[in-house]
Design a protein around this ligand. Sequence first.
Ligand code: PLP
Length: 380
Amino acid sequence: MDTTLTAVRAEFPLLDKCTYLNSNATGAYPRGMEAVLQRYAQTLQNWRDEVWEGWWADWLGYADAVARFLGAPAGSVATDANLSSLLGRLATCFDYQGERRRVVMTELEFPTVPFIWRGFGRYGADAVVVPSEGGRMDEERLCAAIDERTLLVSVSHASFATGALLDLEPVVKRARAVGALVAVDAYQSVGTVPIDVEALGVDFLLGGAHKWMCGSMESAFLYVRPALLPTLRPAATGWFAGEQPHTFEPARDWAPTARRMTSGTPAVLPAQLSQVGLDLLARVGMPTIRAHSLRCTARVMARADDAGLTVVTPRQEARRGGVVALRFPGDAEVTRRLVARGFICSYRGALRVAPHFYNTLEEVDRFMDALEAEARGEKA
Ligand SMILES: Cc1ncc(COP(=O)(O)O)c(C=O)c1O
């Protein structure tokens, strides 16, 4: 294992307690978060309103750090408690009365995505769901559904269920050609797959910290392509989105930066906590993280093949994110038994194995030994 990876592994106390291969559900928490929590408690115990000056800087500083991590300029990322709130707020920026009112997504979106767009049906949005095949999204079918009636393409980068990666290039190209915008739910890729929003050319990219980014719960983000910022006038808004919240005057306009996509009193503690995980990811670097992830997921697939388990996740490197989904008779029950024994994984229609940069290949093997034995009905 790379020496940086070995050093960073020591930052995650959870790894001493179990075999943790569950980063697509919740990442392991870095020990540096404890100091942040203590500082927060002390701040509350000695409260003065002036604390807000430092908190404001921490909150916005974290958003800018996420922007940097995504290859985007400062001021292009807003944070909020969850992705659903940010996507819902983004949805309030558009007009659904004209010809261009379709929102195109795939069958593999996280449930929040179709729920929001069907909800916006009451304002005229027309949700179009493109069928998928075999646990992966089909770019050709998706592109064929994008036309001059499309306002927005709202798709996942990596499927939450199978880890299948969508090739965004043809999708962005098709959307550009017909004048549609692209919003990517990258919750299941940011932190395990390198992402450069400018190279991808996406208009919006959403994600959250508590999975692959080793950050806190209640810590999601939205990137907006800077040229679009002045055009976004969210109706579901709040005083922190205004030009000058500290004047306590009713805002006349939204902030010029992505702060315009926030709402009320911000989630400062989640931002402070998530900065710890982001610093660790930056310390290791995404190329190293991705290379290690591909090694670990290749090992999971090879072991699954040897054991006769069905690999649902696409095998091509460019087509898979950080998770391998496995199907076999009794998989849901085996997931429960593994978790009870301290082999932590999750189930969403298939057993999901999700190694991250802090896991070792030995851990992957230990996990697969236990899984094979449970699948055969014995214990390793
Ligand atoms: C692809 C994807 N999108 C969104 C979410 C969660 O969204 P929210 O932050 O609104 O809970 C998840 C979480 O499991 C996810 O896997």
